[in-house]
Design a protein around this ligand. Structure first.
Ligand code: FAD
Length: 393
């Protein structure tokens, strides 16, 4: 049994064999993965030791104290938060061994080819086709809002393999090599001026069957693992007390007494308390997570995260008055990482608008909470038994 003392011992051994001050960053990260100290709850040989997930904190604290490099998790959020748990649950041993190590070290960035121009909230309606041809699948279609596609080596992709069955049943899940011929990535500029995401055109892309994740036609079930993890990854990231968006406005409040009014103070205090409650709820959610896969509770967390980010960044702009209306830079950038709380108040205000859309819109998450957490009656669904090819589009 790997307990805290054993993990501490192994971490010190790693640090002694690869002193961070004199070891190349990537070499250190690879050694950490090989020592099973990357994500301790993963199996041995895949970056973990099969230890309880909660014990990761023991390793992280030892490494932080030794000033060891990390894998820059914000840069590789889709890989860590969404692709990895799906590969772990549905991947073959060969897929896991090939893909997980460079995913974790950040050598290979991942993106998510799910949404399409005609399929976002109603993701199961997607129309990108994958047709079997010998040992390969030939994929044609268009994806949209693909964050980090311009940086990615790999994508998790869902495509329609059987148009003759109802929409949820004819989908298959693949790993797509973004460097393959037929993959075209074009920037999409968003409200912040940045182009964090892209539209991706797939034209005759050949994906070997060995890169299928899960069974043929079972892609919707596989995608649920990704989507449940996505909500936790977006809304449930651990933050310190007064971290995240609330920390930004609190700092402005402290630094700028000239801006303060009684009314703004009352509103800030209210949001501060709500942010702290949300943070503590996140701690509880992660404790539940340690005992299994995330369930629909992640939807509630993500819902609240989006609302709070928008209210807090809105209050910050209001607090700054005319200054809050200034915007530092409209140049189209291609950011290396998504940082909801980065740059200035104007950026935070505009970027937070996307929080209630990405990873499932707030309306759709409310439906999930209503149906799967509160057990309320489901929305009427008239297309459940209709073949995808016969659906109105
Ligand atoms: C910043 C950002 C990054 C993203 N990154 C990615 C990515 O990397 N990969 C990827 O695949 N996708 C990504 N997305 C796409 C995102 O998942 C979709 O935008 C989202 O699921 C909504 O789909 P849609 O845009 O097609 O809107 P629609 O589904 O067309 O929704 C339009 C409106 O109708 C409402 N609505 C729809 N259905 C219902 C319903 N049943 N009940 C009540 N209201 C409903 C919605 O809430 C919304 O207000 C990203 C989006 C953003 C904003």
């Amino acid at each position: 049994m790997t307990d805290a003392a054993e993990l501490r011992r192994r971490t010190r051994e790693l640090l002694a064999a690869h002193p961070p001050a004199t070891t190349d960053r990537l070499d250190f990260l690879r050694a950490r993965f090989d020592a099973g100290l990357a994500w301790v709850h993963y199996p041995e040989g895949l970056g973990g030791l099969g230890a309880p997930r909660a014990l990761q904190a023991v390793v992280d604290a030892e490494l932080a104290a030794a000033d060891a490099p990390d894998n820059d998790p914000r840069r590789i959020g889709i890989g860590l938060g969404m692709a990895a748990p799906t590969i772990l649950q549905y991947g073959t041993e060969e897929q896991q061994r090939r893909l997980l190590r460079p995913l974790w070290t950040g050598e290979e960035v991942w993106c998510q080819l799910f949404s399409e121009p005609g399929a976002g909230s109603d993701l199961a309606a997607l129309g990108t086709r994958a047709v079997r041809d010998g040992e390969d699948w030939v994929v044609n279609g268009q994806k949209v809002w693909t964050s980090s596609a311009h940086l990615a080596r790999w994508a998790i992709l869902i495509a329609r393999t059987d148009p003759d069955v109802p929409k949820h049943r004819g989908i298959t899940y693949f790993v797509c090599d973004m460097t393959d011929p037929g993959v075209e990535v074009r920037p999409l500029r968003q409200i912040t001026g940045e182009a964090e995401f892209n539209e991706v055109f797939l034209t005759g892309v050949r994906i070997p069957d060995s890169r299928r994740l899960g069974g043929i036609g079972d892609g919707w079930r596989v995608a649920q693992t990704t989507l449940n993890n996505e909500r936790v990854a977006i809304g449930g990231t651990p933050i310190p007390r007064e971290g995240g968006m609330i920390g930004k406005i609190a700092a402005t409040w402290r630094e700028r007494p000239d801006l303060r009014t009684h009314d703004l103070h009352q509103r800030l205090l209210g949001l501060w308390v709500e942010a702290e409650v949300a943070r503590l709820t996140g701690v509880r959610l992660r404790q539940q997570l340690a005992a299994g896969q995330p369930g629909p509770e992640g939807a509630g967390m993500k819902l609240n995260f989006a609302r709070l980010n928008q209210e807090i960044s809105g209050l910050e702009v209001e607090l700054l008055g005319e200054e809050g209306l200034l915007y530092d830079d409209w140049t189209m950038r291609r950011p290396e990482l998504v940082d909801f709380t980065g740059r200035d108040a104007g950026y935070r205000y505009l970027r937070s608008k996307g929080n209630s859309i990405e990873g499932g819109t707030s309306e759709v998450l409310l439906n999930i909470v209503a149906e799967r957490v509160l057990g309320l009656p489901a929305e009427p669904r008239t297309d459940k038994d209709v073949a995808w090819k016969d659906l109105a589009r």
